[in-house]
Every structure is written in C-alpha cells, then in structure tokens.
Write a protein that binds this ligand. Structure first.
Ligand code: SF4
Length: 443
C-alpha cells in the first residue's frame, strides 16, 4: 500500500479520537477556495505559553483485536485497514515538520496483537523521532489500556503528554460496549502515569537535568450520549479524575453513530450537550465549583437553555446580590458574567478606590449578565430588581436562539458569507426589495 493511502486511512481513523483540542468547525473545502476545516490529519493543541500548535494526528494502525462497539476501528467493522511501520511514521512526521505543515505529533493506535506489542511499536516510533532525528517538537501519545507499566515508563519519557481514554462514564456501560476493557485496565495506567508525573516533578526540583516524564501532564476522553448516563454521573466522574489523578483535561466527545449494536443510539446526541459539559467542566477546574453544586440526583442533567453558571446562580438567588467592592475573590467568581481575568482585575482595581458599574465594564465584566447579581457601593444598577422569574427570563432571552429547534435556529453565517444565503430568495428575505406593485397595500 502506498504511504499516501495509509495516511488517508489512518488520518481518517484518528479523527474519532477527540482527546486533543479541536475546534469542532465543520467547513468542507470548496473549489476555488483555500483550505478546509473538515479534513482529518491535523489537530491543535496549546503550548505552555499559550501558543496554538498544529499536530499530525494519526493512528499507527487501525487494526484492532478489540471490539469496542462505539469505535469505527473495532475488529468486527468492515473497514479498510492499514499500518505504518515505526520508520514510515517517523519519516513522515519529520517530512511534514520540515515543510512547516505541523509542529508536533498526536499518536494513537488500535491494539495490534497485544497492548504490550502495540506500546512497543509506539515507543520505537518515538525513539526514532527523539533519538535519530533529534525531534524536539510536541508529542501527545495515547497509552494503550492494559500495557505493562515498564513500557508506559519508557513511553512517558519520550512524549510530552500522555492520555488513557476512560471511554464510558460508568463501569456498566464499559462492560456493555467495550467488553475487552476493564475499569482496572484503564485506571491502572492512569494511576501509574499520575504517580510518575508527580515523581518526575519532584526530581526536577532537585536535579535540573532529571528526565521529564510527560511534562505536559495527562488527559482523557469520555464518549457521551452513547449510553443513558446522566450529566451528573459524567461530572462526578470527571471531578474524581481531576482530584485523584491530577488530569489536565477531560475531553467530552459526543457519540458518532458508527456502531451497529442495537443498544447504541442511531442518532448523535445534540452537540449542545457536549458544549454544556465543557462549560461545567470549566467551572470545576477554574471557578471552584463542585459537581454536586451544579447537579444532583433530582436534577441530573444540565439545562440546555442556560449555561451552568447562570443556572446555578438563578437557583441560588438567596446568595445574591454581592457587593463588588468587598466580596472575596471566590464569591466574585460565582457571578455570571465575571470570569477569572475580570475577577482578578476587580480585586486589583478596588485597592485603588471603590468601583462603580462603568468600572466593571472596563474590567471586562459582561454587565448584561452580571447586573442582576451585583451591587456597587451598596446599590444595584438603576431600575433593576432581582426576582427569580425576571432574572431567568432575561437570561434566557439573551440566548433565545438556543431555545429554537435546530431547524428553526438562524443560520450561522461565516465572516465572508453573502448576507443572503444562496438557498434563500432575496425577495423573501427582504420584502422591501420586491417591486412596489407586489407589496401589501395600505401602508
Ligand atoms: S481498543 Fe477499542 S476504541 Fe481502541 S481502536 Fe480498538 S476498538 Fe477502537
């Protein structure tokens, strides 16, 4: 098989792995235009300094001895298979790097022969890159569940970030749809990697030249919408993973209907659910929320019409309004419309003098949301009263498009789209363009 064919097959197969930062944009290439946002093969990540870096995202092979029902590469799926040799993949990465197409590699793989054998192939690829080519770029490697910890130790010294996919939000779902995997085969490597990262950080404090083990930390991916697991279960699991294994990120990937198992849904879940989970995840990581504050057994799913922070604030109006000039930083963070950066700016600015609403705007506060929850110098914004219903209505109307069913929601135009979609008759879109005689009379 030609190298290009392998790249096509294995780049496509890797696109189902969402454990990296990708935009979610779905814009196909068109004749006469440059580039597209659909082709698989390149994904993005962010360096420690905030720089966005492009990664070649590819599988070493899509042969797999496992039969995970939600995966396009499962052994029972009739799909074209291919495999790179470590040398081929290392050469390809360097060739792309030299052409300035990519700055790093995101390497995952199906399980060929055994987890240990697959892990050894990945190690060999990275040894060629790091050793022979002296490649210093970013590498994200997927650890293979069930691989020996001695192999994970070698892999972790060659890559920047490691990830082990948790796959399903509950043990029952994992047992049902990925019978070859077990909780232990996933959490075991995750715990080992977490321990080695901590050891490595401690070593680096003592010895500057100590080898770094996965210096960019570890992450994981969870498929959502394939099983009836609730958002509460998902967020509780994520919270436990962050706390116990010190993960950098949990990625939520909306299920793509590639399975034939009759227990799997035939349609993908709404992407809005994935979006809400990311918002709630952000609250756990940066805003000091706990999963149990956002959801509980009586309200197990996030409100699709309201972002989780607004939803929490509206349900806890007894804690508001808070006084901007005296509230502690942690309470400022809980106000919808105040982010981490604007909360820090408020704390810094109020040392110089008391703040009014115009100052909040300058600090980057989104006042149209925050106004219901704040006082400045003891007063709310002129003419505002905070009552459950009115606040909820106002916040919902801000996002009214989200409440429409998908087919009725207005089309999102790209920056360079014509103002009138091609599919629409301009006279229908703008009735005043119609000839005078066809206008309704009497006006
Ligand atoms: S182990 Fe499961 S999820 Fe991974 S490639 Fe094989 S079938 Fe897919």
């Amino acid at each position: 098989m030609e190298l290009f064919d392998k790249l096509t097959i294995l780049g496509y197969a890797a696109k189902f792995d969402a454990a990296c930062t990708s935009s979610g944009v779905d814009r196909p290439g068109e004749a006469g235009k440059l580039g597209n946002a659909v082709s698989c093969g390149i994904c993005h990540s962010f360096a420690a300094d905030g720089r966005c870096i492009s990664l070649l995202k590819v599988l070493l092979t899509n042969h797999c001895i496992y039969d995970c029902q939600y995966c396009v590469n499962r052994r029972s799926n009739d799909t074209r298979r291919a495999a790179f040799t470590p040398r081929e993949l290392a050469d390809l990465t360097i060739a792309f790097y030299r052409r300035n197409y990519i700055e790093g590699l995101f390497l995952s793989s199906g399980v060929v022969r055994s987890p240990d054998y697959t892990c050894e192939l990945m190690i060999r690829t990275l040894e060629l890159l790091r050793g022979e080519y002296r490649f210093g770029g970013y590498i994200h490697a997927k650890a293979i569940p069930g691989a020996d910890s001695a192999l994970l130790a070698r892999l972790g010294l060659l890559c920047d970030r490691m990830s082990v996919n948790i796959e399903m939000p509950s043990q029952q779902s994992l047992h049902l749809f990925a019978p070859d995997k077990s909780k232990h085969s996933i959490l075991g490597p995750m715990g080992y990697i977490s321990g080695r990262i901590q050891e490595s950080r401690a070593d680096l404090v003592q010895y500057r030249s100590a080898p770094a083990f996965a210096p960019a930390g570890q992450s994981t991916q969870m498929i959502i919408g394939a099983t009836p697991d609730s958002d509460f279960q998902i967020m509780t699991l994520s919270e436990a993973l962050y706390r116990r294994y010190g993960l950098k990120r949990v990625f939520y990937s909306a299920y793509l209907p590639v399975g034939t198992n009759r227990l799997l849904p035939t349609a993908a879940p709404p992407l809005l659910r994935e979006h809400r989970l990311y918002q709630a995840d952000w609250l756990l990581r940066f805003y000091g929320f706990q999963a149990g504050e956002l959801l509980d057994a009586a309200h197990p799913d996030l409100n699709p019409y309201l972002d989780p922070k607004c939803g929490w604030a509206v349900a806890h109006l007894e804690q508001f309004p808070i006084e901007v000039n005296t509230a502690p930083y942690e309470r400022l963070l809980r106000v919808p419309g105040i982010g981490v950066r604007s909360a820090k700016r408020i704390v810094a600015a109020r040392r110089m003098g008391s703040l009014g609403f115009p100052d909040l705007k300058k600090a980057g506060v989104v006042l149209k949301r925050a106004q219901y929850f704040l006082t400045c110098r003891g007063k709310m914004l002129e003419g505002l009263r905070i009552k459950g219903d009115s606040v909820l209505r106002a916040l919902l109307s801000e996002n009214s498009a989200a409440r429409l069913p998908a087919e009725q929601a207005p089309e999102q135009l790209s920056l360079f789209s014509p103002a009138i979609p091609k599919t629409q008759n301009p006279k229908e879109a703008f009735p005043w363009l119609a000839p005078t005689e066809s206008r309704p009379s009497g006006t």
